[in-house]
Ligand binder design. Structure first.
Ligand SMILES: Cc1ncc(COP(=O)(O)O)c(C=O)c1O
Length: 439
C-alpha cells in the first residue's frame, strides 16, 4: 500500500489544489466495518463524521453489500431510457415515507448538488420565474446552479449565477440581529424572522418568486438549527405569494435528526419538494428530488434523461440501505444515543470558555470552539480535529467561521462508542486549551 506522504505528493501532481483535505498529514481510509474505519497504515478510528454525514447505516453492512454485489453481477448500467425495477421500488418506498401529501413523483440523480439543480429546474419551470430565496449560511452544492443559492462565500468561488437569488436572514442567535430583541420568546423571534422573508419578497423581488429553499439544520454551515417555528411562519408567508418550499434534506433525512425521519417534520410544515442524497445511498452515488407530482411533471419540453441517476447498482444498494434503516429503527437509536451524547457535550462545555454553543439534534451535533479572546477560533478547531485523530476518533468541521466541530456518526453507534468518543473530545479540548495558553 502506498504510504500517505507519497500518495499526497502524487495527488498534488494530478488532482486540483483546491480539493480540501483534513489534517496536516492527510490520510487514506481503506476499510470500514460498522462505525469503525481503518487508514492505510492500519490505524483504527471511530468514524464520527461518516464521510460528511453520509454513512448512515455504517460501513460494509452485509445486507447492503450483498444487494450491491448481486446487482453488479447482473447489470451495472442501463440508463433511464430503460425501466429499472429497483428504482421504481425505491421511489415507492420513499413516497410511502414522505411527509408530503397527495400525488408525488421522485426523480433520481447522482448527488445532492444534482438533486438541488433538478429541484431548481422544476420550481423555476412551474412558477415561470428565475427567482429563489435562500438563507444566509446555507450550502446547497458545488455545481454552478447550486453555488448560486449557497449563502457562504467561502463555498462560492464565483459570484456569477443563473439564478436570481435573494438571501434571507439566518434565524439563529449568532446570525440574526433580531435575536436579542426576542430573547426568551422563540415564537416572537420566529415571527420576526419570517416577517423579514415577507419584506424580502416585497422589496427585493418581483413578487413572483419560484421557491424558498432551506436546510432544516444547516449542515456545512455548522449544524445551525433553524427553529421549527420559523418554518411554520415562513410557510404562511410563502403560501400568500404562491412560493414553493424546497426542503434540502441532503444531510437531515432518514432519521439523522433523531426525533423525526425527515428534518422538516420537526416544524409540521409540508414542503412542496424534498431533496436528498448522502444517507440515501449510505455512500453510493445517488440523489433524488421527491415532491408534488404537478410540480415535478411540469417541465417543458417534456423530455429529460439522467444517464446515471438511480442506476441499477445505486438504486439496489439504496433500497437495501433504507430497508436496513427502517428494520433496525436507526432513527430511534439516533434519538437515544444522540441525546445522551449531547448531554455529555453540554457537560464538557459547562464553564469552559473554549466552548461556545453545543447544538444539533439526533446524531447531527456540533460544538463551537472559541479562543481565549472569546472569538471563534478556526485554528483551535483544526487542533481539536487533530487531537481527536490522535485519540482514534474522526470528526468534521464547518461553520461560517470554520470553528464548529461536526459530529455525525452512523446511526448505529452504541452508548459505549459515544462515551469513548466523548472521552476523546474532553481530552482534545484540554489539549487545545493548553496549547492556547502556551500560544
Ligand atoms: C445540504 C446540502 N445540500 C447539497 C449538498 C451537495 O451534495 P453533493 O456534495 O452530494 O453534491 C450538500 C453537501 O454537503 C449538503 O450538505
Amino acid at each position: 500500500m502506498t504510504n500517505p506522504e507519497e500518495l499526497l505528493q502524487r495527488q498534488r501532481e494530478v488532482l486540483p489544489d483546491w480539493i480540501a483535505l483534513y489534517y496536516e498529514r492527510p490520510m487514506e481510509l481503506v476499510r470500514g466495518e460498522g462505525f469503525k474505519v481503518w487508514d492505510s497504515e492500519g490505524n483504527e478510528y471511530l468514524d464520527f463524521f461518516g464521510g460528511i454525514v453520509t454513512t448512515i447505516s455504517g460501513h460494509a453492512v452485509p445486507e447492503i453489500v450483498e444487494a450491491v454485489r448481486e446487482q453488479a453481477g447482473k447489470i451495472f448500467h442501463s440508463s433511464t431510457l430503460y425501466m429499472i425495477e429497483s428504482q421504481v421500488k425505491l421511489a415507492e418506498k420513499l413516497v410511502s415515507l414522505s411527509p408530503i401529501s397527495g400525488d408525488q413523483k421522485v426523480f433520481f440523480v447522482g448527488s445532492g448538488s444534482e438533486a438541488n439543480e433538478a429541484a431548481l429546474l422544476f420550481a423555476t419551470q412551474y412558477r415561470n420565474s428565475s427567482e429563489i430565496i435562500a438563507l444566509r449560511g446555507s450550502y446547497h452544492g458545488g455545481s454552478f446552479g447550486t453555488m448560486g443559492i449557497t449563502g457562504q462565500s467561502s463555498w462560492r468561488p464565483t459570484p456569477r449565477s443563473a439564478i436570481d437569488v435573494s438571501y434571507a436572514m439566518t434565524p439563529h442567535r449568532s446570525y440574526s440581529p433580531l435575536y436579542e430583541r426576542f430573547e426568551g420568546d422563540p415564537e416572537g423571534f420566529a415571527r420576526a424572522c419570517a416577517d423579514d422573508v415577507r419584506r424580502l419578497i416585497e422589496t427585493a423581488t418581483t413578487g413572483r418568486v419560484a421557491a424558498f429553499i432551506a436546510e432544516p439544520i444547516q449542515g456545512v454551515g455548522g449544524f445551525i438549527e433553524i427553529p421549527p417555528a420559523y418554518f411554520g411562519r415562513v410557510k404562511e408567508v410563502l403560501d400568500e405569494y404562491d412560493v414553493l418550499f424546497i426542503s434540502d434534506e441532503v444531510q437531515t433525512a432518514f432519521g439523522r435528526t433523531g426525533a423525526n425521519f425527515w428534518g422538516i417534520e420537526a416544524s409540521g410544515v409540508e414542503p412542496d419538494m424534498i431533496t436528498m442524497a448522502k444517507g440515501l445511498g449510505n455512500g453510493l452515488a445517488i440523489g433524488a428530488v421527491m415532491g408534488r407530482a404537478d410540480v415535478i411533471d411540469s417541465i417543458s419540453p417534456k423530455l429529460h434523461i439522467s444517464t446515471f441517476g438511480g442506476n441499477p447498482i445505486s438504486a439496489a444498494g439504496a433500497l437495501a440501505n433504507i430497508e436496513y434503516v427502517l428494520k433496525n429503527d436507526l432513527q430511534h437509536n439516533a434519538d437515544e444515543v444522540g441525546s445522551y451524547l449531547k448531554e455529555r457535550l453540554q457537560k464538557m462545555a459547562e464553564g469552559n470558555p473554549l466552548v461556545g454553543e453545543v447544538r444539533g439534534r439526533g446524531l447531527m451535533l456540533a460544538v463551537e470552539i472559541f479562543g481565549p479572546d472569546g472569538e471563534p477560533d478556526p485554528q483551535g478547531a483544526v487542533r481539536f480535529l487533530q487531537a481527536c485523530r490522535e485519540r482514534g476518533v474522526l470528526v468534521g468541521k464547518g461553520g461560517i467561521k470554520a470553528n464548529a466541530i461536526r459530529i455525525s456518526p452512523p446511526l448505529t453507534i452504541t452508548r459505549e462508542a459515544a462515551d469513548e468518543a466523548a472521552d476523546a473530545f474532553e481530552e482534545a479540548l484540554a489539549e487545545v486549551g493548553a496549547s492556547a495558553r502556551v500560544g
